[in-house]
Design a protein. Structure first.
Length: 276
């Protein structure tokens, strides 16, 4: 057994007991324990970690810890000020522990995040979700299809086969969406209302005559622009629910928005601007 000194930075402290937050603390490590093993044993999923320093030097997850090692663990960032020689103000980019996700990010949400999955689809992000998914299903989809796992289950994110993942701290879907936009800088990647909210397939623009038989009479009289999903055959139009979702998306993209509480019922089914 060896003892190492750990310090977790910024939002990683949310995973720690209060007495360990924002300070150095000692922890006994199993013989031949790696940085990854100890970081996760202390409660932080590896997917939340962007960089690790051991004794001031960049380290991977596979480094075996030794007696007296000092381990600093960081979340996502661009650059980090690291004292170097006689130049303590030098800003040095650190090597990331994993490759960045692909430019066109794709997600898989666990069975408790259906609201977030729906809002991501609204924003145009390919997001798999099924309320019958088990953890093994999520892990397999993430590994086989190179998807980012979204969950509030930190144990799921500790699975070795999951390379990219996000622990979602917020409880309400609109706040979860804003959290994810801020963390992954999703604002410039949006393609609003391009995917079916129900089956995640690409929507296709259609003329009114093609879908007239599937429209309520009042909708056909008031609207001329429609899209449809060729998988589930739902038809979408720009009604009241569309405008409310569009306003939500605008608020999320404006990071200065103080609250999204007014959008808590954005998923209310009675306002859906679609028809099966």
């Amino acid at each position: 057994m060896v003892t190492a000194i750990f310090r977790f930075h910024d939002e990683l402290n949310d995973f720690l007991p209060r007495e360990r937050r924002g300070r150095d603390f000692a922890s006994v490590c199993a013989q031949a324990a790696t940085t990854k093993h100890m970081i996760e044993a202390l409660g932080v999923p590896h997917t939340e970690v962007e960089a690790v320093l051991v004794n001031g030097e960049e380290s991977g997850f596979d480094r075996v810890l030794r007696e007296g090692d000092r381990v600093a663990v960081y979340p996502r960032f661009e650059v980090l000020a690291v004292p170097h020689g006689e130049e303590p103000d030098e800003v040095s980019p650190l090597e990331r522990l994993r490759e960045r996700p692909r430019e066109r990010m794709r997600f898989v949400a666990d069975s408790h995040l259906g609201g977030l999955a729906r809002l991501l689809r609204m924003a145009g992000f390919d997001t798999l979700y099924d309320n019958h998914y088990h953890d093994d299903d999520v892990e397999d989809l993430a590994h086989d299809q190179d998807r980012i796992v979204l969950t509030r289950d930190r144990e799921l994110l500790k699975r070795r086969a999951i390379l990219h993942g996000c622990y979602i701290h917020a409880l309400d879907p609109p706040d979860q969406l804003r959290e994810l936009f801020q963390r992954l800088d999703l604002g410039y990647r949006v393609r609003p209302f391009s995917l079916c909210l129900h089956c995640n397939r690409q929507l296709r623009a259609v003329g009114k005559e093609e879908v007239a038989a599937r429209l309520p009479a009042s909708v056909a009289a008031q609207h001329d622009s429609f899209t449809t999903c060729d998988q589930c055959l739902r038809v979408y139009w720009k009604g009241s629910h569309y405008r409310r979702m569009d306003a939500l998306l605008a608020a999320v993209r404006e990071s200065g928005a103080d609250t999204l509480a007014g959008f808590a019922d954005v998923e209310s089914p009675e306002e859906n601007d679609h028809h099966p």
